[in-house]
Design a protein around this ligand. Structure first.
Ligand SMILES: [Ca+2]
Ligand SMILES: [Ca+2]
Length: 195
């Protein structure tokens, strides 16, 4: 393809998907019109890469269930050196960190940077949800941990959602009693414009 566009902006071609022969389980793009068609999976075609997309959390408001330290907006300010240092209250079971993306998004992944020393604690005790509600609930999609990448003394931890999920709010939960020491939080995805 010669231009960048989100798959969520691509319409199905006329009368598609039709699952012809009950065996069309893959998708191809008609390059002339940039429209989608379901097709059999044995076709050989040029491939499409999935791009992470832009950081849609940059500068967005964020808040925590407890706030005894640096404000959570430091996690969305685009500055690695501005860290969030907050302790959970003892009476709360979990500490909740929410970012408001401002509108519905198709979220494909989430990354945060934390100091190396925090790495083991973060890995065991962090869960990430995407939701349409300001508060998480049991039906929200959980995005799982996938890979670890190094940034000098900072550990960047990437969570991939199992499939692109739709929501306005990103929720990060931590077990109570643990300090949150995160530097920067990035959410990758695309806004969904109502047509
Ligand atoms: Ca078809
Ligand atoms: Ca920051």
């Amino acid at each position: 393809m010669e231009r960048m566009m989100s798959a969520s902006d691509m319409p199905w071609a006329a009368n598609q998907p039709d699952n012809a022969g009950n065996q069309e389980h893959c998708v191809v793009v008609f390059s002339s019109e940039y429209q989608l068609n379901d097709a059999t999976c044995d076709l050989l075609r040029r491939f499409v890469c999935q791009a992470l997309g832009e950081n849609v959390a940059l500068g967005r408001p964020a808040w925590m269930s407890t706030n005894r330290g640096a404000p959570p907006s430091h996690g969305t300010d685009g500055l690695l050196v501005e860290a969030v240092r907050t302790s959970a209250l003892f009476e709360t079971k979990e500490q909740l960190w929410t970012v408001d993306l401002g509108m519905q998004h198709q979220v494909i992944g989430f990354l945060y940077a934390a100091p190396m020393a925090e790495n083991k604690v973060h890995k065991r005790n962090t869960k990430v949800y995407v939701s349409s509600e300001p508060l998480p609930n049991d039906s929200d999609v959980l995005c799982r941990h996938l890979t670890v990448r190094l940034l000098l003394e900072w550990m960047a931890r990437y969570y991939a959602c199992d499939f692109p999920v739709q929501g306005r709010y990103l929720h990060v939960t931590r077990k109570a009693g643990l300090r949150v020491v995160m530097s920067e939080l990035m959410v990758f995805g695309h806004p969904i414009y109502e047509s």
